[in-house]
Design a protein around this ligand. Structure first.
Ligand SMILES: *[C@@H]1O[C@H](CO)[C@@H](O)[C@H](O)[C@H]1NC(C)=O
Ligand SMILES: *[C@@H]1O[C@H](CO)[C@@H](O)[C@H](O)[C@H]1NC(C)=O
Ligand SMILES: *[C@@H]1O[C@H](CO)[C@@H](O)[C@H](O)[C@H]1NC(C)=O
Ligand SMILES: *[C@@H]1O[C@H](CO)[C@@H](O)[C@H](O)[C@H]1NC(C)=O
Ligand SMILES: *[C@@H]1O[C@H](CO)[C@@H](O)[C@H](O)[C@H]1NC(C)=O
Ligand SMILES: *[C@@H]1O[C@H](CO)[C@@H](O)[C@H](O)[C@H]1NC(C)=O
Ligand SMILES: *[C@@H]1O[C@H](CO)[C@@H](O)[C@H](O)[C@H]1NC(C)=O
Ligand SMILES: *[C@@H]1O[C@H](CO)[C@@H](O)[C@H](O)[C@H]1NC(C)=O
Ligand SMILES: *[C@@H]1O[C@H](CO)[C@@H](O)[C@H](O)[C@H]1NC(C)=O
Ligand SMILES: *[C@@H]1O[C@H](CO)[C@@H](O)[C@H](O)[C@H]1NC(C)=O
Length: 595
């Protein structure tokens, strides 16, 4: 009747199990526990949830495996409270009013694996509180009012694998708080008020494999924050709502396979901090205001398989963004502002297994035809992309198109320049000129300009490409002459025209004044300026000359002036007496000094 001996064996085991549980069930009377707890002698669980206990009752069976004391009014756990329950595996004291745990409160629980103290009012955990728990693997102290984790709090918990702390007012982790937790594999610090990553505090946790840090209020993750965690495989940083930068060496020392930095305020992918994580498999940067993913920037992450950036502000994923990632499988970029996703983003779309592109304003044209063609293989995680910008097919999901429709709307119109006649533009040196280039196509072509040396021009400088596609040449110089090429390109194809520009030079004299015009852009005409300057210079020269003449005349006069005067005279009486006589005239002179 039974084909395989294994099946018979299993049936026998099931019968044995029924018999054993029957035996245990008949022993029910001996398995009593305090009223009004509900105790299950089969599973050896005591459910004292919601029994309004203010102190822990006595009288639990010694072989009890699980004790549930949640939703009571316990305020204190006194020393050696549970010492008879040597076989207890799990103790849940969550959702009470605990303010105090005495030292050695759990002494004797030598089999205990899980201890839950979440949602109480603990402010401090005294040294020795966790003594005597050699097997404890999981400790949950979330949602308390703990401000400081003191040195050696967890010292005796050598077997502990996981601690959930946080959603506390935790402000400080003492450097030796985690001392002794050499086997700890997972630490979850959930929404606390730490002002820095407790780098030194984490140092004893050399075996840590998973670390989650939620809700820290840091704007920058500083260099070497996790330097001691060489064995960490999974790091989750989330809800650091003001985090804007990861310093270049902030993840130094880590060898992660799984990294999440989500719900933060990063505006760029932190390429520099990531590039050494060559074993990274899963990268999640969701819910960050990131706009672009640059080409060729993640190629160091050789083993990357999944990239998630959900709910960001992605406008564009550059070609070759995921180049070099041979094992790439999952791209999850739903809820962004992407218009398209070109096939050239990936090394090969053959390995891509899941693509989430939903909730993006997608233009259904030839650039997305590859997605449509691979739609069966790509498994959109039951959220297929939807066309939004193509009027005729707005709202159509990628799964709505029948195979016969293809390529249907998923075509492109090659770019075409609308002024196809070669243009010749002549201007005089110093003037500004616009060279026009209008193009149409679907999708809208992008316009670029090459100078006569065939170098692409940018949107800055004296020669700049304007947003409307025109090329502006300001203060044209003779050396700007030559043939410029306008290139219109879209996914459908390229078009180009040449525009020749001739800049006429000026005569030498006016070139000097033009130079002035260009560099200082004077508000009045050069002729006026020259006339004004000439008049100014002339009048200046005139006044100077007149001045000199006056000075000359004055100095001349000063040179002939004498301080003495000699006056010659003939006395009147002598002249009249000697009138017809002998004619002898005797003249007299005197000299007088002039003052
Ligand atoms: C434990 O008891 C509470 C209240 O009596 C009940 O609501 C809850 O379902 C029980 N839990 C389990 C796991 O049996
Ligand atoms: C204890 O009981 C509460 C209420 O029924 C339940 O939510 C909780 O999960 C139980 N704890 C354990 C460890 O079973
Ligand atoms: C953290 O600090 C802020 C103010 O700095 C305070 O409002 C808040 O209550 C503190 N605790 C938690 C858990 O956020
Ligand atoms: C996020 O960063 C931007 C600037 O990059 C800033 O304006 C904004 O206030 C920041 N948001 C938060 C929550 O800090
Ligand atoms: C952090 O490391 C990067 C990369 O080495 C370096 O450029 C930067 O200056 C460092 N920052 C600080 C604050 O030292
Ligand atoms: C990094 O981790 C990978 C596995 O995730 C391991 O194979 C490799 O040896 C580790 N490298 C170092 C330097 O620890
Ligand atoms: C993509 O991200 C969304 C939101 O985080 C998540 O629900 C979904 O499971 C992810 N899909 C895959 C394939 O990981
Ligand atoms: C582009 O803009 C510039 C200045 O904003 C203008 O001079 C030029 O005529 C425009 N080009 C076209 C083709 O409209
Ligand atoms: C169009 O131009 C781009 C560069 O702008 C080039 O990468 C592409 O190969 C060209 N396509 C064709 C069909 O010439
Ligand atoms: C000087 O430059 C302005 C534009 O900035 C131009 O309008 C003017 O004609 C130029 N003057 C001469 C003399 O070229």
């Amino acid at each position: 009747m039974f084909g395989k001996p294994g099946v018979q064996w299993r049936l026998g085991l099931a019968a044995l199990y029924l018999w054993v549980s029957g035996v245990v069930y008949t022993k029910d009377t001996s398995w009593t526990c305090p009223q009004p707890c509900q105790c299950n002698s089969r599973t050896l669980e005591a459910n004292c949830s919601d029994c309004q206990f203010e102190v822990v009752p006595d009288g639990f069976p010694q072989d009890c495996r699980l004790l549930n004391l949640t939703h009571n009014d316990l305020k204190t756990l006194v020393s050696q409270q549970f010492k008879t329950l040597t076989q207890l595996l799990e103790l849940d004291v969550s959702d009470n009013l605990l303010v105090m745990i005495e030292a050695e409160a759990f002494l004797g629980l030598r089999s205990l694996l899980t201890l839950r103290l979440a949602r109480n009012r603990l402010r401090v955990i005294p040294a020795g509180a966790f003594n005597g728990l050699p097997q404890l693997k999981l400790l949950d102290i979330r949602d308390n009012l703990i401000l400081v984790l003191l040195d050696f709090t967890f010292q005796d918990l050598a077997a502990l694998l996981r601690v959930d702390t946080g959603r506390s007012d935790l402000v400080f982790v003492s450097p030796h708080a985690f001392a002794g937790l050499t086997n700890l594999r997972e630490l979850n610090v959930d929404r606390c008020n730490l002002t820095a990553v407790p780098t030194e505090g984490l140092r004893p946790l050399s075996g840590l494999a998973t670390l989650s840090l939620h809700g820290l209020g840091l704007t920058t993750l500083t260099n070497y924050s996790f330097r001691w965690l060489g064995n960490l495989k999974k790091l989750v940083i989330s809800h650091w709502s003001v985090l804007e930068t990861l310093e270049g060496n902030s993840l130094f020392g880590l060898n992660l396979t799984f990294l999440t930095v989500s719900n933060c305020n990063l505006s760029v992918v932190p390429y520099a901090s990531l590039h050494h994580l060559v074993y990274l498999v899963h990268l999640d940067l969701s819910f960050n205001p990131i706009r672009y993913i640059r080409g060729n920037s993640l190629r160091d992450l050789l083993r990357l398989q999944e990239f998630h950036l959900v709910g960001g502000q992605l406008l564009r994923i550059d070609p070759r963004a995921f180049h070099g990632l041979a094992r790439f499988k999952v791209l999850n970029v739903s809820g962004n502002l992407l218009k398209t996703l070109e096939e050239g983003v990936f090394s090969s779309v053959g390995s891509l297994g899941v693509l989430r592109l939903d909730d993006n304003p997608l233009a259904c044209d030839c650039r997305l035809l590859w997605v449509l063609r691979r739609r069966v293989h790509l498994g959109f995680d039951r959220q297929p992309p939807v066309c939004t910008t193509e009027v005729r097919f707005e709202g159509w999901s990628f799964l709505d198109f029948a195979e016969v429709d293809l390529p249907g709307p998923f075509t492109c119109r090659r770019s075409r320049i609308l002024n196809p006649k070669p243009q010749h533009v002549q201007i005089a040196e110093g003037y500004t000129v616009h060279l026009h280039c209008n193009a149409e196509g679907d999708p809208t072509p992008s316009i670029s300009w090459l100078n006569p040396q065939r170098v692409q021009l940018s949107a800055f400088g004296r020669l700049q490409v304007l947003a409307n596609g025109s090329l502006e040449v300001r203060y044209a110089q003779v050396r700007d002459s030559g043939t410029y090429i306008c290139l219109a390109s879209n996914a459908g194809g390229n078009d180009s025209i040449g525009v020749s520009l001739i800049v006429r030079g000026f005569s030498h004299s006016s070139r000097n004044s033009l130079l002035l015009n260009e560099t200082q852009s004077f508000p009045f005409e050069v002729k006026t300026l020259v006339v004004a300057v000439t008049i100014g210079v002339l009048s200046f020269l005139c006044s100077v000359t007149i001045c000199f003449i006056f000075m000359f005349l004055w100095s001349k006069g000063k040179g002939q002036y004498k301080h003495t005067a000699t006056i010659e005279y003939v006395p009147r009486s002598a002249a009249s007496t000697n009138n017809g006589g002998k004619g002898h005239v005797e003249s007299s002179r005197f000299t007088m000094k002039l003052i």
